[in-house]
Write a new protein. Sequence first.
Lengths: 407, 343
Amino acid sequence: MKSKIDFVLDFFSYALKGGVKYYTWLGILALFVIPWAYGSYQQLIAKGMVVTGFTDQISWALYEGSFVFLIGVAAAAVTVVFPYYVYNYKPLKNAVLIGEMLAVTAIIMVMVFIIYHMGRPDRSWHMIPIIGIFNWPDSLLTWDVVVLNGYLGLNLICAFYSMFKRYTGQPLNEKFYMTFVYISIVWAFSIHTVTAFMLSTMASRPMWFHSIMPIKFISTAFTGGPALIIVALLTVRKHTRLEIPDEAINMLSQIVVWCLGIALFLLLSEIVTELYPSTEESFQLKYALFGMFGLTKLVPWSWASFIMMIGSFVLLLIPRVRKNYTVLPIICVSLFIGIWVDKGYVLTVAGMIPSPLGEFSEYTPTWIEIFILAGNWAIGFMIFTILVKGAVGVMLGDVRHPSAAGK
Amino acid sequence: MPAEEKKDVKGRDISRRQFFKEAGAVSAAVAAAASSSVVGPEEAEARTTFAEFFQKNYRLMTDEEKKEACDRLEQRHSEEYGKKVTVDGSPAMKDVLFGYALNIQKCIGCRSCVHACVKENNQSRHDAEIQWIRVIRMEKGNFNIEDMNKGYPNTPNEPFGTKIGGNAYKGAGVVLEGQHYYQPERVPEKDAFYFPVQCMQCENPPCVKVCPVKTTYRDPDGIVVIDYNWCIGCRMCMGACPYWARRFNWGDPNLPAEEMNPKTHYLGNRPRMRGVVEKCTFCLQRTRKGRYPACVEVCPVGARKFGNLLDPASEVRKVLERKKVFRLKADKNTYPKFFYFID
């Protein structure tokens, strides 16, 4: 037990130490916490959700979009875990932990966003089985709770167990460890599938109500997630001694480009299937793409995300661009943002417009919502930075138990 | 429908909202001063909040616990609103399945039902007035010879045949060509008919299925109810409802003490709190006592009929037998117990 406490202390004391650049980065992120705290007070304590731009017509928007998107980011850890463990693709060795740190961070962020999404976060305990009521298996939201908590647990076990063993210099219990790794691979698919099911089973929302949703979610997740991992790996490579071979980056950028290709193909299928017959069910997509009855707030966002996704796809198809590590992170960032806008904003909001009674109304986030959104993301990036820093320390052998020295 | 017509109902203008909030706070304070003979509303709330917070879901309570929960609310609300408030907990009556029938031929769009409902059911009054019934105004379709070649052709290569626009563009009575923000000088308007929508009390309710904590459920008399004290505010039910029947308390509801209806039911019209969903319950505080819902009682043209679907002599059964009846969005397989009919 003592060595476990030592590990946590050593991990975080290493993770929180850094140079000027490191503190500047964390400091910039910390700035977002000030408006976030103000917004959180207004929404959670003082006034309630009335401070947001939500209405009875558009009752799900930015917060839900963010958690849907982030579940995808969490699932994307599998894009490093899978090739490394199943195909034994060695160059990804040092990337695995970073992928798992991303999964842990993303799930924590998802949970934070859910708190802001709920009207009564103080009653969350109503969902805990035995003391509350857990409407499982009827409600797909309860499935989401199960898979998300399970995934968080799996990733914490996988990542921290392997780090702890490195810390103490003991060998891994392969059977124990690999069991959890394989479960987590399957589980990663389940989290985003269930999230997609949660939306796609709402028959009153035609934009969501089709069977393409789960696979589209997974393909966009496996684009946005590894895009962020690439940026993280390149940053780690630049600022630490940790060895990340080019092959690791190239493998991930290939995963990105092909999953993006599938996502774009599914998008095309969706557009043709909906817009060709142009029934009333297509109005939500039409509203997102072209606006309807002069209401066009979503249109620039839709097209911006298309341009970012299609542009990135064309550029990434060229091997020379894919292997240029100055251009690659820029493409990855724009892709990450593009997919967030597509899944986290356009899809969620358009599913609400028009309402089931055919009413068109528009959604404008309030400043408080934007403060909270930015703050949650900044906190997420802070957690990710600190976890990655600590993990890199473990991988480099800088974070080691005194008894493990020399092993 | 035009965007500018949204403002009046949503009323989401910040400065105005804050003004109302402050105005609400002042009037609440005045009411409190008038009623402070026993104990202040804040103190009363603090005392019961703890017990209320840890209470079980209403459906799982024993009869005793139900009574306790109701008594607790009675006491709190009496002190809060400065008058004797009763919180009833009557269960569904035996051999009763409530049904509703609405004559769209008779409805004149006066919205008496909407306002009677708000008054009866203690909805938030301002800073977003919550209304459970919305009346959709449907434009009557018409075709004119002058419009013959207006609009734009659907098939650009062939200047004849199907056209989007022109005569065919005129509304012919689908929901998308209706709107529920109309403000006419007088009703009925010549060029419109009206289509009220509220909770359909579906037999196969999508909202109940998606609720993660089973706070919304179907009672044996067919009413889909909500335990407001158990709702976590996730709004899955609002996403799932094909009839847009559910409303959310985005902020603290504003219910002035003098407008509060003191005869309440735990699952019905008792005052709600911030962050929970609410909707029409067919006024179960009335109907479980053998009375008509407020909207039925107030309708000046007798367009609204209500009764026990299991009783062959009930009005609603007679409507089903004799009139041409349909249900809204039957394709969603929700089996509403709210029927529309024409003579």
